[in-house]
Design a protein around this ligand. Structure first.
Ligand SMILES: Cc1cc2nc3c(=O)[nH]c(=O)nc-3n(C[C@H](O)[C@H](O)[C@H](O)COP(=O)(O)O)c2cc1C
Length: 238
């Protein structure tokens, strides 16, 4: 069950948003206001396509006609946090106060992630796993999002299957998150098994382009995206 509105608590510690970990998490949304969903972009290279894939997913969900519960999807771009390679001296589970992370960027990243009710992670597959920059960013987290709901959306030659499976283990085992059973895998069309599964769509993606043909090919994944998101909304409501 989502927490009660917290707007009248004079003492933050008396507020239901002030958790046993001493984290004061501003609950942006209450039962009357939209759920806050973060759409996290999982790649950081200069000519990445994750912003295009993320925007495609966001547009689908925003045009789904789902009006109850109301939700807002905000894009969170790891690249803008300028995180160092993981440099905390302890496991973030031991950092109960988000203001105590070593660097300002890690503090900002944790505070940003703590704001949301649930997450959609958009990740490509790099060398049969999630990108190192995404894993590094996740390593800085714990209390900001442990236990919360998430949906995984991956893309790649085979839909980013290995990245999807690996990310599920990280979120479920590492962070005890509730991950939707639907985890859409967006496959680049036209792969040629005789050419190492390469395709025009893959070559374009590496150059930062997402073709109309590729997005048309992904239309068939819309239902899975809706289903996964529906699960996430149900997890939040429980
Ligand atoms: C370092 C690197 C490794 C890659 N490894 C894989 C891979 O293992 N499987 C796959 O399907 N695609 C792989 N690709 C291709 C990516 O799916 C494709 O370049 C995609 O556009 C990457 O997402 P991004 O544009 O958001 O960075 C790799 C790309 C890069 C840059």
């Amino acid at each position: 069950m989502r927490k009660a509105p917290s707007d009248c608590a004079a003492d933050p510690a008396a507020d239901p948003a002030f958790t046993k970990h001493g984290l004061y998490q501003p609950i942006l949304s209450n039962k009357m206001s939209p759920l806050q969903i973060a759409l996290i972009l999982g790649s950081t290279r200069p000519n990445r396509i994750s912003p295009l894939v993320g925007n495609w997913v966001k547009t689908i969900l925003e045009s789904s006609g789902t009006s109850s519960p109301q939700f807002s999807i905000l894009t969170v771009d790891i690249q803008t946090f300028d995180l160092p390679a993981f440099n905390e001296s302890v496991h973030p589970a031991l950092i109960n106060d988000l203001s105590k992370f070593t660097s300002q960027s890690a503090r900002n990243w944790n505070h940003e992630i703590a704001k949301y009710d649930a997450y959609i992670i958009i990740s490509p597959e790099y060398h049969a796993a999630i990108p190192g920059s995404l894993k590094n960013a996740l390593d800085f987290l714990y209390h900001a999002w442990t236990g919360k709901p998430a949906m995984i959306v991956t893309y790649g030659i085979m839909g980013g299957t290995s990245a999807s499976e690996g990310l599920r283990v990280i979120l479920e085992n590492g962070f005890k998150m509730k991950v939707s059973s639907f985890a859409p895998r967006l496959e680049f069309p036209g792969r040629d098994p005789t050419k190492n599964n390469s395709s025009q769509a893959l070559i374009e993606a590496m150059q930062g382009k997402l073709s109309v043909e590729t997005m048309k090919f992904w239309e068939g994944k819309k239902q899975e995206i809706f289903q996964g998101f529906k699960e996430v909304l149900e997890f939040v409501a429980k």
